[in-house]
Design a protein around this ligand. Structure first.
Ligand SMILES: *[C@@H]1O[C@H](CO)[C@@H](O)[C@H](O)[C@H]1NC(C)=O
Ligand SMILES: *[C@@H]1O[C@H](CO)[C@@H](O)[C@H](O)[C@H]1NC(C)=O
Ligand SMILES: *[C@@H]1O[C@H](CO)[C@@H](O)[C@H](O)[C@H]1NC(C)=O
Ligand SMILES: *[C@@H]1O[C@H](CO)[C@@H](O)[C@H](O)[C@H]1NC(C)=O
Ligand SMILES: *[C@@H]1O[C@H](CO)[C@@H](O)[C@H](O)[C@H]1NC(C)=O
Ligand SMILES: *[C@@H]1O[C@H](CO)[C@@H](O)[C@H](O)[C@H]1NC(C)=O
Ligand SMILES: *[C@@H]1O[C@H](CO)[C@@H](O)[C@H](O)[C@H]1NC(C)=O
Ligand SMILES: *[C@@H]1O[C@H](CO)[C@@H](O)[C@H](O)[C@H]1NC(C)=O
Ligand SMILES: *[C@@H]1O[C@H](CO)[C@@H](O)[C@H](O)[C@H]1NC(C)=O
Ligand SMILES: *[C@@H]1O[C@H](CO)[C@@H](O)[C@H](O)[C@H]1NC(C)=O
Ligand SMILES: *[C@@H]1O[C@H](CO)[C@@H](O)[C@H](O)[C@H]1NC(C)=O
Length: 584
């Protein structure tokens, strides 16, 4: 198959200035044209992008410049602080796949290479990025800032809505980072409302009457974090009015730190950037195709194609299968939480009713396998599972067989809420994203074990006040189970937080004696995750605490109580609950 691509390349190689072939007919296949040492045009017979040193400034599709007055396409890290500068572009590979000709165009920057895989006949392109020298970072993204008249709406798996117009972003009404009170008492406007779960996202993007621009990220192993990873996806840029289609391939918007170093060669993607006439049905169909086609056979990359599988069955030490447990394949010998990992590749799944799990299409490497309760039948399980040195290889499937997951054998006095690292079950837990929802929870709350329902406990605590759990004990010592003790620290209050935003501190009491605290901002205090004040309602960064105390000195036969006394409070900051368990 001959094309004019080699001719263009030959022309470039010979230093012949490539002038626009105006008023040439549109191209008939994928192409890269260099205009000068800092301007290139890439595209095919359907679309083309004029790429400058940093920005893809023009996107021509169906006779429309879809960028218009907006900024266009770029790649950046650590907020807007560092946009990558492209120093050269070349055709890295070319070939044909299932009858379509393609070229893989590589733009190089000091930090790494951005690839656009352009196929004949495809409205859009596959994109991927290969690291060479990115610094340690938290945020790394590729994005489109598009014409705000062509694109008016944003869609994720959990939200599909017109983007609020820039005219409603009134300076005087700004209440916090990227959050405004809308005029006429219509609540808050915030980009965080358009965040969604990354790992279950099918396709998302921006659209209008006759244009749609979408991201489809099948695979997802290149993202940081676990099942509960959330990110921003679409929004209006509050400084300019641009419509933003964001591809947060490494992000920190709803977690503590997530600062990672990356090995040379770490690859993000390929994902598909897809253009259409704005039809969601068409985008959904295309996404289905992409998910079925992942991992992409056309990508000639040994590490990418070197994939194996791993399976096993998680059985709790009390004999029950680990029904529906969340299972995670991540860093070996981990020193970060699963949500905070992000240097390499990460896989998530759930066990079935019998505790069986399987990961397919896993890059060959050595992993640490983790599991934790996702609620349902094992919502009482407070311990997590970890097994290191799980080797995945292309050569043969890895079958780990039955895996014993040690659970606590101590008698449980009470549990408030399912143990699943989320606030589901509590009042407002898992509601649609909404700024300041926690302000609807009460300052004081009383929960009586045996008569209160889970939904009587609110998902977050932000006001100064007492949240008290009352419970009855038949005797001041355990009456069942094999555990006997009369030593100090024989009772333990387990507190599992789905998230925590700094600015709130609590003292924890049992029958009027302080047994612990959860303190903001001090040396050993809790680190901030922004989830609670950025519209998250189900999860932020999970935290687990054990507060041991001497049961003989504190507990008594009859009525007892545990109190979370919030003594320092800050607007919309505080605790997002997962579960509270008392055992001895
Ligand atoms: C880019 O697309 C526009 C509109 O579809 C078309 O008129 C133009 O010829 C294309 N440019 C190239 C270099 O193919
Ligand atoms: C690009 O070309 C201009 C004009 O020839 C020259 O001044 C400039 O140094 C070149 N830039 C790079 C990065 O090569
Ligand atoms: C990228 O280019 C901009 C100007 O276009 C310059 O300010 C910036 O320092 C450059 N960054 C790098 C990493 O070259
Ligand atoms: C679109 O952007 C322009 C600035 O380029 C701004 O004036 C206008 O208000 C924006 N439109 C909407 C609907 O926000
Ligand atoms: C958009 O394209 C789809 C086919 O992909 C077609 O069914 C639909 O009618 C088109 N919609 C508009 C508004 O052109
Ligand atoms: C995991 O928990 C979430 C939230 O409760 C639920 O929607 C999902 O169905 C659970 N998954 C499995 C496999 O149990
Ligand atoms: C954490 O683990 C990573 C890789 O697994 C390692 O490079 C790093 O040195 C470890 N950090 C600490 C503080 O142990
Ligand atoms: C702190 O809590 C008190 C008592 O519940 C409440 O009246 C006050 O408004 C709260 N302050 C802030 C900043 O939320
Ligand atoms: C309880 O205390 C008694 C007396 O101090 C001691 O002999 C016994 O070993 C203790 N039992 C346990 C289970 O610690
Ligand atoms: C809150 O609980 C603590 C510990 O039980 C108690 O000392 C304090 O008086 C309570 N505050 C109110 C207002 O009831
Ligand atoms: C909070 O608990 C830590 C130990 O976990 C203790 O060092 C600190 O003094 C306590 N702070 C308060 C205010 O109780």
């Amino acid at each position: 198959m001959k094309s004019f691509i080699p001719l263009l390349l030959a022309a470039l190689l010979h230093g012949i200035a490539c002038v626009r072939l105006a008023p040439s007919p549109a191209a008939i296949g994928p192409f890269l044209t260099q205009i000068n040492n800092e301007t290139w045009i890439i595209g095919n017979e359907i679309w083309n992008v004029t790429q400058g040193r940093q920005y893809g400034v023009k996107l021509l599709y169906n006779d429309r410049d879809c960028v218009g007055q907006a900024v266009g396409h770029y790649v950046s890290y650590n907020g807007a602080a560092s946009n990558l500068n492209w120093t050269s572009a070349s055709v890295f590979k070319q070939g044909s796949y299932e009858g379509s000709q393609y070229i893989d165009v590589k733009f190089t920057a000091l930090e790494g290479d951005m690839h656009w895989v352009i196929m004949s006949g495809l409205a859009g392109a596959y994109q991927y990025f290969v690291n060479h020298a990115l610094p340690q970072l938290g945020e790394f993204r590729t994005l489109w800032r598009l014409d705000n008249e062509t694109f008016t709406h944003g869609k994720t798996d959990i939200k599909d809505q017109e983007l609020p117009p820039l005219s409603e972003y009134i300076d005087a009404n700004k209440v916090q980072d990227e959050t405004w009170l809308a005029p006429d008492g219509r609540g808050y406007i915030t980009k965080y409302d358009f965040a969604s779960w990354v790992r279950t996202q099918t396709y998302y993007g921006v659209y209008g009457d006759s244009f749609g621009s979408w991201y489809m990220n099948p695979g997802k192993d290149y993202y940081n974090g676990n099942h509960l990873k959330q990110e921003l996806m679409v929004h209006r840029e509050s400084a300019t009015g641009d419509v933003v289609q964001l591809n947060m391939i490494h992000g920190t918007h709803f977690q503590v730190s997530a600062v990672d170093d990356f090995p040379d060669g770490k690859m993000w993607g390929p994902w598909l950037w897809y253009l259409n006439n704005g039809s969601k049905e068409d985008a959904a169909r295309r996404a289905e195709q992409e998910f079925a086609a992942w991992p992409y056979a056309w990508l000639e990359d040994e590490a990418y194609q070197s994939r194996g599988s791993v399976q096993g069955q998680l059985v709790l030490s009390d004999g029950r299968p680990a029904t529906n447990a969340a299972v995670f394949l991540g860093d070996n010998e981990p020193n970060k939480t699963a949500l905070d990992m992000g240097s390499d590749y990460y896989y998530t799944t759930y066990a079935d009713a019998d505790g069986y799990f399987e990961f397919r299409d896993v890059r060959s490497a050595t992993y640490g396998l983790q599991a934790w309760s996702n609620g349902s039948k094992i919502a009482d399980v407070t311990k997590s599972y970890l097994r290191n040195n799980v080797v995945v290889s292309k050569e043969a499937p890895t079958d780990l067989g039955p895996l014993e997951w040690a659970t606590s054998s101590r008698p449980k006095i009470f549990q408030v809420g399912d143990f699943d690292r989320t606030s589901y079950g509590f009042l407002y837990g898992g509601s649609p994203h909404q700024h300041a929802l926690v302000a609807s929870c009460p300052a004081d709350l009383l929960y009586t074990v045996g008569t209160s329902q889970t939904a009587d406990w609110c998902f977050g605590q932000t006001y100064a006040g007492n949240w008290t759990i009352k419970f009855e004990l038949e005797s001041a010592a355990p009456t069942h189970g094999s555990y006997r003790s009369n030593s100090t620290g024989d009772a333990t209050l387990i507190v599992s937080l789905a998230g925590y935003s700094q600015g709130a501190s609590s003292l924890i009491w049992a029958n009027g004696m302080q047994i612990g605290n959860l303190t903001s901002a001090s040396e050993e205090g809790l680190l901030n995750d922004p989830s609670l004040y950025r519209s998250a309602t189900a999860a932020g960064e999970w935290r687990y605490f054990e507060f041991p105390f001497d049961s003989a000195a504190v507990l008594r036969q009859g009525a007892n109580e545990v109190t979370f006394q919030l003594v320092q409070n800050t607007t919309w900051r505080g605790f997002m609950w997962d579960s509270i368990v008392l055992e001895w």
